[in-house]
Design a protein around this ligand. Structure first.
Ligand code: SAM
Length: 290
């Protein structure tokens, strides 16, 4: 079976009376080299468990199952479960759960795997829900080694942007808090069936084992980042004053300058380390007012 062959993919879908479900982001990969490169690059430790989100008909799953000790997959589409029994039946180290990743209790699902060794995520993500899935993985607090995802190139540019670049936004700063993102390679839209409208990029995020940033109040740091980017065209002091009614604009400008920035700086110039220092200073100012 060649799960990257468009004719075979269509035959399998016909055999199980299935159509590609656009609303579930079902664009299946058709390039075996890309599949192998993703599987090779997603993790350094072959004894790892891999969590695959959205295995589809198993295009990437077989390559993961050949390389890693165990693959646990979550697939929302019930219709694809018998397909996976057919295409992945010979791989005893592969299992699939018919569940929405956004509702799944990942800690419970992978408890034994985290106890046994390292766990990484690998997925060709459905476009309609890329950011919520990534945020769920990051905010879960689970000690994944790597998260390797294929996503729209435009989103990949945002995840990997450096401070000061136009693509740099709240998601870039938040991601930088959890780990280091690297764009591995780009995959043209014609390597999928059906072909999406845009190209994709594979991004690998190496999560910090020991985070280098230690905000005094994590929630306040996230609030500061959110406020800084909510009004992108505004200066940081204007954006923050819209988000922090507890402090005056003058106070916020003084804090920005005390943190070593120009009074008219914009949020996209600040690194995650800058945001940590800024939110600590905002926290102190709020406390001293109480
Ligand atoms: N892994 C296959 C590949 O690379 O060809 C399929 C990838 S396709 C882009 C995305 C897959 O995610 C589809 O199989 C879709 O049914 C599944 N999916 C969509 N939303 C999901 C969700 N919320 N939870 C789990 N799987 C989901």
């Amino acid at each position: 079976m060649n799960l990257c062959d468009i004719r075979e993919i269509k035959q399998i879908m016909n055999m199980f009376h299935l159509n590609f479900r656009k609303e579930l982001g079902q664009n299946f990969l058709t390039d075996r080299c890309v599949v192998e490169d993703i599987a090779d690059g997603c993790c350094d430790d072959r004894r790892s468990t891999i969590l695959e989100i959205g295995p589809g008909i198993g295009t990437l799953s077989w390559a993961l199952a050949e390389r890693y000790d165990k693959v646990v997959a979550l697939e929302i589409d019930k219709g694809l479960i018998p397909v996976l029994s057919f295409t992945m039946g010979e791989y005893r180290n592969f299992s699939v759960v018919n569940e929405d990743v956004m509702k799944a209790d990942l800690g419970a699902l992978l408890a034994e795997d985290f106890a046994r060794g390292s766990v990484s995520v690998c997925a060709n993500l459905p476009y309609y829900i890329t950011t919520p899935i990534l945020m769920k993985l990051l905010e879960s607090g689970l000690p994944f080694d790597n998260i390797t995802i294929m996503i729209q190139s435009e989103v990949a540019d945002r995840l990997c942007a450096r401070a000061g670049k136009s693509e740099y936004g709240a998601i870039t700063a938040v991601l930088a808090y959890y780990g280091q993102a690297e764009a591995l390679f780009t995959v043209p839209a014609d390597r999928f069936v059906p072909a999406p409208k845009v190209n994709s990029t594979v991004v690998r995020i190496r999560l910090y084992k020991e985070r280098p940033y230690h905000p005094k109040d994590e929630a306040l740091m996230f609030r500061t980042i959110k406020a800084a980017f909510e009004q992108r065209r505004k200066t940081l002091s204007n954006a923050l004053s819209a988000g922090f009614s507890e402090l005056s604009k003058e106070q916020l400008t003084d804090i920005i300058v005390a943190c070593g920035h120009r009074a008219d700086i914009r949020g996209e110039k600040l690194s995650i380390a800058d945001f940590v220092a800024l939110s600590d200073a905002i926290g102190e100012a709020i406390q001293s007012k109480k």
